[in-house]
Write a protein that binds this ligand. Structure first.
Ligand code: HEC
Ligand code: HEC
Length: 322
């Protein structure tokens, strides 16, 4: 696997900063589902929107400001829109994402990602850092994630990790997840061309290989059995499945898809390999896959219960978010 060849390099380049509390960088409410194009016939009720503003100090070092821009870029990769309304357009105003601490004073906002320490927010919170750090604090019902360090180099190191590793990975992992579910829907409907386009699109499941390379600094230390599992998954998704789709062989495509889904479960839940996803995913963000499956008719309503057995059966019976 070509992409796996630089796993080691990537891991060394992005040493993990201090994360306080543990997993705060994974569980932070970066995105939400909400309405966009409000007031037009194209209104979408549950687009993926940013759930925060990215803030830097107006007197901050330009390299730190550029890093804030990099973080905003990856949020843009993950989200589908900023949540624009007709009213915004009438007033020539765009929803904002990246702002200075001065600008923030005249804005309403929910959560914040504060990049660097030379700003009023870090002063108000009374925080100081002696290592590259990602720290999440709660204040007045808002979550505030601070990208900090003892000096500019340390801030850039923590910021680079948040942008290039954490947000890049999550943007790709969720695109892959939702595309993977839609892929099954296309196969069931016999839409083989659409399925093939999804496998080959850089916005579809092919984001997965790249993700695995960036998944975590621990990847370099993964055992041979885990690396073999990644190869197995890649072979299913990028070699065998496209062949079955080209041959319009629905039964084989479904069985390959199921086998690929089992690999997700193996790593996430620790089935026959050590568990490498060590936290419960954010349920509200994950939930969209159920809606996608429902839109393809893959969730049957039995009485008052929803049945998810089209995908969750046998070893992939749902374990939930418990
Ligand atoms: C080789 C192991 C492995 C395989 C196979 C794998 N994943 Fe993952 N996945 C991980 C790890 C590790 C994480 C957590 C990374 C981290 O620490 O943030 C993760 C996280 C995710 C997340 C993000 C959840 C969150 O809240 O951060 C999604 C979505 C995801 N995986 C989807 C999938 C899908 C869909 C498949 C199967 C098509 C899959 N993964 C296969 C290892 C794997
Ligand atoms: C079209 C197939 C499909 C259908 C239908 C489906 N899911 Fe999933 N689901 C998946 C895939 C693929 C994953 C693996 C991603 C992962 O592990 O994060 C998953 C993961 C999950 C998880 C996360 C498990 C974990 O801890 O990682 C839960 C909970 C879940 N599904 C609930 C449901 C429920 C409830 C329904 C029915 C209303 C449903 N799903 C219907 C494909 C499907």
């Amino acid at each position: 696997m070509k992409k796996l060849a630089f796993l080691g390099l990537v891991s060394v380049a992005f040493a993990q900063p201090v994360i306080d509390p543990p997993f705060a960088d994974r569980l932070f409410p970066f995105v939400r589902y909400g309405e966009t194009w409000t007031g037009t016939p194209a209104v979408v009720k549950d687009a993926i929107l940013p759930n925060l503003l990215v803030v830097y100090g107006s007197k901050e070092d330009p390299e730190v400001v550029a890093m804030a821009g990099r973080i905003a870029y990856y949020l843009g990769q993950w989200t589908e829109d900023l949540g624009l309304t007709v009213e915004d357009v009438r007033q020539s105003r765009m929803p904002e994402l990246l702002v200075s601490d001065q600008r923030l004073k005249s804005l309403e906002y929910k959560n914040l990602v504060v990049v660097g320490t030379n700003n009023e927010l870090v002063k108000e919170l009374g925080l100081s850092f002696d290592k590259p750090t990602i720290k999440v604090v709660q204040k007045e019902g808002k979550s505030i994630l601070v990208v900090g360090g003892a000096n500019k180099e340390q801030v850039l190191q923590a910021g680079g990790y948040l942008a290039d590793v954490r947000l890049n990975f999550r943007a790709g992992a969720y695109k892959t997840f939702f595309s993977f579910v839609a892929l099954r829907g296309h196969i069931e409907k016999g839409e083989f061309d659409a399925a093939l386009r999804l496998v080959r699109s850089p916005m579809g499941v092919s984001a997965c290989g790249k993700n695995m390379a960036l998944a975590s600094p621990m990847v370099a230390q993964w055992s041979d059995e885990l690396k073999a599992l990644v190869r197995h998954r890649n072979n299913l998704l990028y070699v065998e499945l496209p062949k079955a789709l080209e041959a319009k062989d629905k039964d084989r495509a479904v069985s390959l898809w199921r086998e690929a889904m089992l690999t997700c479960y193996q790593c996430h839940q620790g089935i026959n390999v050590p568990q490498v996803r060590r936290f419960k995913p954010n349920e509200s963000v994950h939930a969209r896959h159920q809606q996608i499956a429902e839109a393809f008719g893959l969730v049957k309503v039995v009485g008052t219960e929803k049945s998810c057995i089209a995908c969750h059966a046998g070893p992939t019976t749902i374990r939930g978010y418990k």
